[in-house]
Design a protein around this ligand. Structure first.
Ligand SMILES: C[S@@+](CC[C@H](N)C(=O)[O-])C[C@H]1O[C@@H](n2cnc3c(N)ncnc32)[C@H](O)[C@@H]1O
Length: 213
């Protein structure tokens, strides 16, 4: 039997690790946690500062994952394209986006988000017109206990192997001519050797390395 299963209940699809007691992973942009981060975290979210988020800014999130960063950026007014190469995560993202679209209050946020089921490396290789910002949040391996991820991210980390192509993705993003690239990583991360950021913003758990073109 496969360790990871796409399970379905009355609320839709979720990703279950059958070797864990954790409940199935679902993406829910309407959850109380998301509401809290959107409503109260705005100025505190370092992501928004690193991206310089504002209305109408076009952002490509090249590593969408659970879509949390994309959602916060869209809630701040950015137009966000989420690239996700995992078919399972894409299903969960598309499902979450559909629920968001059906919600009254946050429909406008969903109108600023779209999900592309594609490897962003392939996409960047043929992209002609870069956006304003490219965000990259690869699955770096946790090096220290304090850098270990919690909750839903744990399932994600077990389900997906660590990203071996972060360097290529960063290089393609910088070479695309986009004015700003933001690389997110654990606070203790060592970055990508050979790529010095113009500046970094650090919080307890994460660091954002910003590359300006
Ligand atoms: C650490 S997670 C991103 C978490 C995300 N920032 C969030 O807020 O939920 C990394 C995700 O990027 C995806 N990914 C990595 N490399 C990719 C690529 N080249 N193209 C598309 N998706 C990629 C992985 O499948 C994984 O879901």
């Amino acid at each position: 039997m496969a360790r990871f299963q796409l399970v379905r209940d009355e609320n839709g699809y979720g990703l279950k690790d059958v070797l864990s007691n954790q409940r199935a992973l679902v993406i829910d942009f309407l959850s109380p946690q998301m509401h809290h981060r959107r409503a109260h975290g705005g100025k505190k979210e370092l992501l928004l500062k690193a991206v310089n988020a504002r209305t109408g800014l076009e952002v490509w999130d090249c590593t969408a994952g659970l879509g949390t960063d994309s959602f916060l950026l869209a809630a701040a007014g950015c137009d966000v394209t989420m690239f996700e190469r995992s078919a399972v995560l894409s299903i969960l993202l598309e499902q979450a986006l559909l629920s968001l679209k059906k919600s009254g209050e946050l429909q406008q946020v969903s109108n600023r988000m779209r999900c592309v089921r594609e490897d962003s490396i392939s996409f960047l290789k043929q992209a002609r017109q870069p956006p304003d910002v490219i965000l990259i949040d690869p699955m770096f391996p946790a090096r220290t206990k304090s850098a270990q991820v919690k909750g839903e991210m744990q399932i994600l980390q077990r389900f997906l192997s660590k990203d071996e192509n972060a360097r290529e993705l960063l290089r393609l993003a910088i070479d695309s001519g986009v004015p700003r690239v933001v690389l997110k990583q654990p606070a203790t991360g060592t970055g990508v050797p050979g790529f010095e950021p113009d500046f970094s913003l650090s919080a307890k758990a994460n660091r954002f390395d910003v590359y300006l073109n």
